[in-house]
Design a protein around this ligand. Structure first.
Ligand code: ATP
Ligand code: MG
Length: 424
């Protein structure tokens, strides 16, 4: 036998048994974003490598070690997108959507990062995200947070996720803080882990969220960014918090939350669950007022978030919150060639008259017993059975599959009327 080819490690098939849950999540996301007046944007999966280097930052996990980068046949360096924000800004700039305008956008799709695959962490994964441009005030930061809270509510996840927020200040405030932080960390350099030593001068804020215990012990006494903030940034943060309070959304202010990407300023946040083990962050984002200009556009305030859809699906599976319906409502069986031809027309007619119903026609012939076995396996509520006698009498047998009710014979032209009871 020929050797079977396997999928790439960390890149998963989503099988027919899993797609109903994915569709449920995707539908909730479409409903959610529509109910806030957001428009969908779709960007290519491949972009210039420079786009991600310039936006995400050279000294970040993604750019340092996680990108799928390759030269195409022209020798241009291309990268499979590791996240959605950079592409959205690139598209917004390129098509003139951002300057002097307000845009509320959302996207959903595959992302690629060369990480060590484990539960909740893959090399191809899916994110859904929102990005808002042209609004500098805290009301919009709060809006995207309220929106994420509503998604949890829709999916029955509210009690399993917690919100952490922080403010990173503006770039001047962060620069002053950075000096103070570096000066402090230099005094304790021997206690830092290797990654943190390396980042001490290139990206010292990332030292704050290091996972190493000895580094965390140093960080506990480090200067706090909040003490370096000016009135305006403080007021912005208070504006966000006041709106969360008013909406009754609970949150924890976490001064060590700095996020892994360079482009954030002011508000940053993460929704975290304890039900998934180490990979607990299910949605993360913040404000990134500098990025549009950094990528060649006019200065434009921006805020957004991205959510890892595999982690949400895992969470839904674990909590068994999924309420998905069977793939089929009605199974159409027929005995003999003339009846089979008529049965397929009857099925077409039902699809025409009751488009909500899921109708599967038996194919491949076989005896009554075999056809009823298939009908049962399909998950259908009822089977329609057409034999020579029924064909001659213009009737059809209806056999309930999920309860003890007796089967009955009805005229073909009353079929649609009868089946309408199975439309939800
Ligand atoms: P982490 O700390 O878990 O690596 P991150 O900071 O790299 O996360 P972001 O770039 O903020 O993650 O991406 C937003 C969300 O996308 C994450 O919170 C997570 O839910 C999801 N995500 C990120 N990387 C992966 C991955 N490799 N596989 C599955 N989901 C992921
Ligand atoms: Mg990561």
């Amino acid at each position: 036998m020929a050797k079977q080819i396997q999928a790439i490690r960390g890149m998963n098939d989503i099988l027919p048994s899993q797609t109903p849950l994915w569709q449920q999540l995707e539908n909730s996301i479409r409903e959610l974003t529509a109910s806030y007046g957001y428009s969908e944007i779709r960007t290519p999966i491949v972009e210039s490598t420079d786009l991600f280097k310039r936006s995400i930052g050279e000294v970040t996990d993604i750019v340092e070690k996680e990108m799928y980068t390759f030269d195409d046949r022209n020798g241009d360096s291309l990268t499979l997108r590791p996240e959605g924000t950079a592409s959205t800004v690139r598209a917004g700039n390129q098509h003139g959507l951002l300057y002097n305008q307000e845009q509320r956008l959302w996207y959903m799709g595959q992302m690629f990062r060369h990480e060590r695959p484990q539960k909740g962490r893959y090399r191809q994964f899916h994110q859904f995200g929102v990005e808002v441009y042209g609004i500098a005030t805290p009301d919009i930061d709060a809006e995207v947070l309220l929106m994420s809270a509503r998604l949890w509510q829709k999916m029955g996840l509210t009690e399993y996720v917690n919100l952490e927020i922080n403010t990173l200040g503006d770039s001047e405030e962060r620069a002053t803080y950075r000096e103070a932080l570096v000066a402090y960390l230099e005094q304790h350099i021997d206690a830092l882990d290797d990654d943190s030593k390396r980042r001490l001068h290139s990206n010292p804020l990332r030292v704050l969220d290091s996972k190493s215990e000895s580094t965390q012990a140093v960080v506990d006494n480090a200067p706090k960014l909040i003490d370096f903030l000016g009135e305006e940034t403080k007021a912005h943060f208070e504006g966000v918090c006041a709106r969360l309070d008013a909406a009754g959304i609970q949150y924890k202010i976490n001064p060590k939350l700095v996020r892994g990407l360079d482009y954030y300023n002011r508000t940053v946040f993460e929704w975290v669950t304890h039900s998934l083990g180490a990979q607990g962050t299910v949605l993360a984002g913040g404000r990134y007022d500098g990025l549009v200009a950094q990528l060649g556009g006019k200065p434009t305030p921006a805020v957004g978030f991205a959510s890892g859809m595999e982690r949400l699906v895992l969470l839904l599976e674990e909590l068994q919150q999924a309420q998905t319906s069977a793939a089929v409502d009605v199974y159409v069986a027929a005995m003999g060639e003339p009846a089979a031809i008529q049965a397929s027309l009857i099925a077409e007619n039902i699809r025409e008259q009751l488009p909500q119903l899921k109708v599967m026609t038996h194919c491949g012939g076989g005896n009554f017993k075999k056809q009823m076995k298939r009908a049962d396996k399909s998950g259908a509520q009822v089977a329609l059975i057409l034999g020579e006698d029924e064909l001659a009498a213009k009737q059809v047998v209806i056999k309930p599959l999920r309860n003890e009710q007796p089967q009955q014979t009805i005229p073909m032209d009353e079929l649609a009327q009868y089946l309408s009871q199975y439309c939800q």
